[in-house]
Design a protein. Structure first.
Lengths: 334, 170, 123
């Protein structure tokens, strides 16, 4: 009796000192022009594997690195891409089609002209924009197996979908390895694996496009939460603000009445691509696209500060700060 | 009143006070309000188990009052007093229940009572019930520190017991 | 006289329960986004930490003494205080909504609210 009791006491003391929650394994990586934070509970190797995966994908997908798949294709008007790159391009082209070209993987010449890839911002002349627009056409991109071909002058950029895709790949890797709880934050593109170690959902905040604060939080389990907004990167000239999301139809920064678009769904690449496209399309078109499709939900913030949710996310969204008192519009199907 | 008794209790108070003042210089081991070793309790415990509750209470009260005066912190007197009295009330009835080798048990219970008292006082003073979250970690700390001071007290009782009792003069 | 083993068992059970309760209360990841400062149980000031962009000092002055708080983006601590025990200063950054910072001598409590503790931020 006494020995058991002593053992129990020692055990209790040990527990008190060590705690017994699964260990959080974390890594921070600088890649794809942003800071990425990976957290998996219980498995160091998974985090290290994910870091290698990120570096591998960046090397293949970067539009600026000279020896990436994308740069090679852009330089020579076509060629063979790695299977992974081809698979992402295939999915990206489907999304371009789904969004009627509001997402366009060939908008790169314009993004470059506005200086968003280099930081040398400028407002191009109308004539230059008109000329560059002739190269923007995702339907002209041909993908046959792994072979890509581009019309003369056209250039690919998978930047609008690369992070979402990377999140999907890491999540798949972790699930396969048996990770029950993980959080992948690719510079504000968040992908969750399972719930938190204590069994509850992950809580992902959404940035307020008008301040440094938050507009609200979404509880997520096995979901991606991805936001696009003009506030993320922009420059100002002569009192006019020019944001980094270029409308492939006009060749100019998108100005559709939305300040930010958050897409929540299981497939990161879909959420990533849609967040950009819906920002370009504007609130009415965004809701229409949501009604016609499944697999994602939306948190839209208009330029006027109005918040619009789609019904699937209503129960998982909590407004914060100045948005606590505001009326929130919920869109329903049918 | 027996002069021997007064002298003996005064010596014990002085020892307790010294330990108390020295302990004030030791920074808190954890940033949780109220966590400290409570080394002065060794003396209270020794007095309780050798001389009985009345002498122990006298030593405790003198130590708490003088301690607050010496530390120049009369505000803390309230917390010290509630905590000290609760600790005493938890330990005193255990005198009849424990053998000389089980004295540390009384110390563990009195340390826990002390910490419960501290949390209660903090909740009442600040009117913030949220402070009850400190109770579980303070109980853990109470068990650990109570175990330590209890074993020290038990050792003191076994070594000093007969000399202290001798001065009872009965 | 009860056996020593019985006493050990009783204490072990209390200890286990306390450990379990502590883990439950304190293992919650950080944190609410609004710090609330209370003096004598009454709200003294509310600071939205998610809106703070550069370090900011807040003075909490009462008839009992002064606590200087330092608020940074997403976190807050007591930087200095003229209280006798300095427990509030040693408590460090307020990291979990479960455990408020307390300055008992000054009757000051700082706690985080805004139920949702964020794990990540999209945008």
């Amino acid at each position: 009796m006494r020995r058991t009791a002593s053992a129990l006491l020692c055990l209790a003391l040990l527990l008190a000192l060590a705690g017994c929650a699964p260990q959080a394994e974390t890594s921070t990586v600088f890649a794809m022009d942003t800071v990425m934070t990976l957290t998996a509970y219980g498995d160091r190797a998974c985090v290290d594997d994910a870091v290698s995966l990120i570096q591998e994908l960046e090397a293949r997908l970067s539009v600026t690195a000279a020896d990436s798949d994308i740069a090679r294709v852009n330089g020579s008007g076509g060629g063979d891409a790695a299977p992974e790159t081809a698979a992402l391009l295939k999915r990206a082209l489907e999304l371009c089609k789904l969004t009627g070209g509001a997402l366009d993987v060939t908008v790169y010449p314009l993004v470059r002209a506005w200086g968003f890839t280099t930081g040398a911002y400028r407002v191009p002349e109308d004539a230059e924009i008109a000329e560059l627009l002739t190269y923007v056409d995702h339907t002209a991109v041909k993908l046959d197996g792994q072979t890509v071909s581009l019309p003369a002058g056209a250039m690919l950029d998978l930047g609008a979908v690369a992070k979402g895709w990377t999140g999907d790949k890491i999540a798949a890797l972790w699930r396969e390895a048996g990770v029950k709880s993980g959080l992948i934050n690719l510079g504000g593109n968040v992908q969750t694996v399972g719930g938190k170690p204590d069994g509850s959902d992950w809580v992902v905040g959404i940035r307020d496009p008008f301040s440094e604060g938050l507009l609200g939080a979404v509880s997520a389990r096995d979901l991606a939460v991805i936001t696009s907004g003009g506030y993320q990167r922009y420059f100002e000239q002569d009192g006019v603000r020019y944001c980094h999301i270029i409308d492939p139809k006009t060749g100019r920064p998108a100005d559709s009445g939305l300040a930010s678009v958050t897409v929540v769904g299981e497939e990161g690449v879909l959420c990533d691509g849609l967040s950009t496209a819906l920002y370009v399309l504007g609130p009415e078109e965004a809701v229409r696209l949501w009604r016609e499709n499944t697999g994602f939900d939306l948190v839209l913030v208009t330029d006027g500060g109005e918040v619009i949710l789609t019904e699937g996310i209503e129960g998982r969204f909590t407004p914060m700060g100045a948005y606590t008192d505001k009326e929130i519009k919920v869109m329903r199907r049918g | 009143m027996d002069i021997k008794r007064i002298a003996r209790d005064a010596v014990l108070t002085a020892v307790a006070l010294t330990i108390f003042i020295v302990e004030l210089q030791i920074p808190a081991p954890v940033p949780i309000p109220g966590v400290k070793l409570g080394l002065a309790n060794i003396v209270t415990l020794t007095a309780l188990f050798t001389l009985g509750p009345w002498d122990a209470l006298a030593v405790l009260l003198c130590r708490v009052l003088l301690g607050a005066a010496f530390a120049g912190n009369m505000m803390a007197l309230l917390y010290s007093l509630t905590g000290g009295l609760l600790a005493f009330l938890a330990a005193a009835p255990m005198r009849k229940l424990l053998t000389e080798r089980q004295i540390w048990v009384a110390s563990v219970f009195s340390a826990m009572a002390h910490n419960i008292g501290q949390v209660l006082a903090a909740v009442l003073v600040t009117a913030t019930p949220a402070l009850f979250v400190w109770l579980p970690p303070l109980l853990i700390s109470g068990v650990v520190t109570g175990l330590f001071t209890g074993l020290a007290g038990q050792f003191a009782v076994r070594r000093l017991g007969k000399y202290l009792r001798h001065t009872n003069g009965k | 006289m009860a056996k020593t083993g019985t006493w050990i068992a009783v204490i072990a059970v209390i200890l286990l329960l306390s450990v379990a309760a502590s883990l439950l209360l304190f293992s919650r990841p950080a944190a609410g986004h609004t710090a609330e400062i209370y003096v004598d149980g009454a709200l003294y000031k509310r600071v939205d930490l998610s809106r703070i962009t550069s370090p900011e000092r807040i003075e909490v002055k009462t008839e009992r003494g002064v606590n200087i708080l330092l608020a940074e983006p997403g976190r807050i601590r007591v930087e200095s205080a003229d209280c006798p025990d300095k427990v509030c200063v040693e408590a460090g950054w307020l990291a979990s909504s479960a455990a408020p910072i307390v300055c008992l001598p000054h009757r000051v409590v700082i706690k985080l609210t805004g139920e949702t503790a964020l794990d990540a931020e999209a945008g």
